[in-house]
Each structure stands twice: as structure tokens, then as C-alpha cells.
Design a protein around this ligand. Structure first.
Ligand SMILES: [Zn+2]
Ligand SMILES: [Zn+2]
Length: 332
């Protein structure tokens, strides 16, 4: 029943407080001095952590000799003892008792007080998601120990336009077919508010889902802010839903440099005629339908048999082949 060995090297330090703060991509781009509100326990300033108006008001508990914990021997039966260690009942585990008349009114003898504080944090340009800023000694305090640190962890907020990967930015841009074919010129408002004119090379065609690089329009490099990553733009092309015959002929002549074939009376334009001529007689014609999920035949026997996929293959012979529809083309 020897007492516990106390191993203490140097002053104790209170555990650090970790705090996550959400930071916008704009603030990570530009850098920002932020005020972070925290709630912490600090040594009571009124009694300087004594707990009473004078040091004599505080007495070491005789029951536990100030340890706060007490080991009690309990007799279970003849010659049988049990040892139990628990909080001291004389001082309520505090190890001390304070004369109620001299008890500090500010902290009510607890020696520490809760307080709110605004911590200044300098978010640097290009700081990554998850970056930690340590404010030494700004956390909780208890008597006879070093105050704990506050660790502020950056959590990058989602941005409505840009996605960030490392020092690069990604965005999608919808443009019209006309822009894709004849040239693109638009103004992008960047994360620092500056307006950047984006143009492609004259004569260059932008294809659907193609990716273009805007050099140096990415995030500032962290700790090397004189350099920037790149911005990658994926283009979505907005196609017209329909093109009438006259426009089709104009487009054709514009894109091929050939004169348009005069539209056939009451029939299709020159565009369709030309292909038929080139390919010779056809065996069938298929008109495209807009894709729908129920067009799929996910089963080898046709249709969608997902309702029965847990069953054995040879089990169902009694007409469970419903579900998916097949899209057929008409035989001519
Ligand atoms: Zn005690
Ligand atoms: Zn106090």
C-alpha cells in the first residue's frame, strides 16, 4: 500500500485547446487578420489564484494532506481488507479548505475564472485547409502550472465557383456554341475582387469538356506568395436545341467553305441529302431518342431484372421479364 510515485519533471502544462474556424477561400487567397472568440479558464485576478483574501485563509486539508485523494482501508471480513482510493470527503477532493469569511468573492474559492477573449490570428496567404496556428499560453490556466496553448485549425469553406487543389483552382464555365466556335471573351471576378478578362486564341475552337489553363490565376503559394498556382477552366458548351434548315445550310457553308445546296422542296435541307448520297442506299433508319434510364437492358435476357437479381438465374421461368424497355429502330 505504498503511495503513488509522483513523477514530475518541470512545471506542468495545461492541455492545449483545439479550435476549428471556417475560413473563406477569399480570406485564404488574400490573407486575413481574424478575431477568434474563445472561452477559457484563467487564474482569478482578484485573489491571484489563492482562492481567499489572504494566503492564511486557505488551509491544507488534514484528511488527505492536500492530495485531494484518500486511501481507505475497509474490513471485508476476518483478516480480509480492501483498499479503496477515492476523492477526500473532508475537502471534496480539493486538498484544501478555505475559510468562508475570507473566500474570494470573484472566483468563489475556485482560484480560476471563466472568461471570454478575442484572439488575433494572422491567416497567411495561401494557407492550406487544416493549417494550424498555435497561440502559446492563451488557453486554460490553473495554479502552479503553465497555461495551455490554443491551437486554431483552419477549415476551408466551400466556394460557389472555385474548387481548390493544392495551389491550383478549378472552375467550370458554360459558354454558348457560338462562343465555342467564334471566340470567347468574358470577365472573371477573382478572389481578391479584381476583374480578369479571359479570352481564347483567335480562331481556336473550344470543345465540350475541354480544359484550359489560366496561368498564375490560382492560389498564392503558401509562404512563397510571390508565386501563384494556375486556374483550370472546364468548358461546358450550351448547344441550341434546334437548328432550322436555313440556318443549317448557312452553318454548313460557313464551316465547310462549300456553297449550300438549295433546300429541297418540302423536304430536308441539303445537309441530310449529301450524306445519303455518299452512303448509298440504307437498310434502316434510326431516329435518335433522348436517353432515359429505362432504356437500359441491364440483363442479358433483355429488360431490367433488378427485382430478381438475388434469385438464381435458372429459377424464374414464369415471365418475370418485365422492367426495362428496349429502344428499337424501325426496320425499313
Ligand atoms: Zn482532503
Ligand atoms: Zn479569486
Amino acid at each position: 500500500m505504498g503511495g503513488r510515485r509522483q513523477q514530475e519533471s518541470g512545471p506542468k502544462k495545461v492541455k492545449a485547446t483545439a479550435l476549428q474556424i471556417e475560413v473563406s477561400l477569399e480570406d485564404l487567397y488574400n490573407g486575413k487578420e481574424m478575431e477568434v472568440p474563445i472561452e477559457r479558464h484563467r487564474i482569478c485576478g482578484k485573489c491571484n489564484g489563492v482562492g481567499g483574501s489572504d494566503p492564511n485563509a486557505v488551509k491544507t486539508c488534514t484528511g488527505c494532506k492536500g492530495k485531494g485523494m484518500r486511501t481507505v482501508m475497509m474490513q471485508l471480513g476476518p483478516g480480509m481488507y480492501s483498499q479503496r482510493t477515492g476523492p477526500c470527503d473532508e475537502c471534496g477532493g480539493k486538498g484544501q479548505s478555505i475559510d468562508p469569511a475570507k473566500m474570494c468573492k470573484d472566483c468563489k474559492g475556485k482560484k480560476i475564472k471563466k472568461e471570454n477573449k478575442q484572439l488575433q490570428v494572422e491567416i497567411d496567404k495561401g494557407a492550406p485547409n487544416g493549417e494550424r496556428y498555435t497561440k502559446h499560453g492563451e488557453g486554460d490556466e490553473v495554479p502552479e502550472a503553465e497555461a495551455g496553448d490554443v491551437i486554431i485549425i483552419i477549415q476551408e469553406k466551400k466556394h460557389k465557383l472555385f474548387k481548390r487543389k493544392g495551389a491550383d483552382l478549378f472552375m467550370e464555365k458554360e459558354i454558348t456554341l457560338i462562343e465555342a466556335l467564334t471566340g470567347l471573351d468574358f470577365v472573371l471576378t477573382h478572389l481578391d475582387g479584381r476583374k480578369v478578362r479571359i479570352q481564347n486564341k483567335p480562331g481556336e475552337v473550344i470543345k465540350p469538356e475541354s480544359v484550359f489553363t489560366c496561368e498564375n490565376l490560382g492560389m498564392p503559394f503558401h509562404k512563397r506568395t510571390y508565386q501563384n498556382g494556375n486556374l483550370f477552366i472546364t468548358f461546358k458548351i450550351k448547344f441550341p436545341n434546334t437548328v432550322d434548315n436555313k440556318s443549317a445550310d448557312l452553318l454548313k457553308s460557313a464551316l465547310t467553305g462549300q456553297a449550300a445546296v438549295a433546300p429541297a422542296k418540302g423536304g430536308k435541307g441539303g445537309a441530310a441529302k449529301k450524306d445519303e448520297d455518299a452512303g448509298g442506299p440504307v437498310d434502316e433508319t434510326c431516329e435518335l431518342k433522348t436517353f432515359s434510364e429505362n432504356h437500359r437492358n441491364t440483363d442479358h435476357r433483355g429488360g431490367d431484372q433488378h427485382d430478381h437479381h438475388e434469385d438464381d438465374e435458372d429459377e424464374d421461368e414464369d415471365g418475370h421479364h418485365h422492367g426495362g424497355q428496349r429502344v428499337g429502330c424501325q426496320q425499313q
